[in-house]
Design a protein. Structure first.
Length: 228
């Protein structure tokens, strides 16, 4: 019998109360992965973007349906999309309880200030021990998302050769500063015909992509903050 089969049997034995069907489905989802929700592979890309981003996207879709408007958008709650090609999650071995993990994901989705993000990391260390790499990456991605909101960046796609950044509604709070940024050859950045920004960088590892993306977004956030 495989480890996965034993875990599923253990879940079945532990469910005796009403609503067990939903709990079983939740546990099974956690055991086998989310499937083809956000990508074309069996495990999907949910492990790369993180559950909190997936949850935000799902909540946005539900809000659209409730309002009966496919173009509905909450201007205060929009969620930047970050794609780095690395696992960003809270592993089961770090927080075994599924409901607690879901609660931590929801709480992390509300973090917008670097001090709150640092405090959340300190709390996790205090409760569960040293942070695994996946959790450290999750907290850093949350910080990058906060910087994205400041810079009006809707999407960040990072790879070994650099990053492609999409501005929300193709707008930047400080257009003049953005023009200067693009005009300086030292920055190695150009604007594509679709108004996306392409930063040419050498990021051979996921960690390098994360640090590099954070540095770029930090600079763009400062430029946006200095808008007249």
């Amino acid at each position: 019998m495989t480890d996965t089969a034993e875990r599923r049997l253990g879940v079945l034995q532990s469910l005796e109360s009403s609503g067990a069907g939903f709990q079983l489905a939740s546990h099974d989802l956690d055991i086998r992965g989310a499937g083809n929700l956000l990508g074309d592979e069996q495990s999907g890309h949910i492990r790369e973007v993180g559950y909190e981003l997936y949850q935000a996207m799902l909540e946005e879709a539900v809000a659209n349906l409730k309002n009966g408007d496919e173009d509905y958008e909450d201007k205060n709650e929009w969620s930047p999309q970050i794609s780095l090609g690395m696992p960003v999650m809270i592993p089961e071995h770090y927080v075994p309880d599924l409901q607690l993990r879901m609660q931590l994901y929801r709480r992390s989705g509300d973090l917008t200030d670097i001090r709150d993000i640092d405090a959340a990391g300190a709390e996790l260390i205090d409760r569960f021990g040293p942070l695994p790499e996946e959790v450290e990456a999750l907290l850093k991605v949350i910080l990058v998302k906060a910087l994205c909101r400041q810079a009006n960046v809707e999407k960040v796609d990072a790879g070994p050769k650099g990053a492609v950044i999409t501005l929300r509604n193709n707008e930047f709070p400080n257009p003049a500063a953005l023009v200067r940024l693009v005009s300086d050859p030292a920055n190695q950045v150009r604007i594509k015909p679709d108004q996306k920004l392409v930063f040419a960088c050498n990021w051979p590892t996921p960690d390098a992509r994360l640090k590099g993306a954070a540095a770029i977004l930090s600079r763009m956030a400062k430029l946006a903050e200095n808008a007249a």
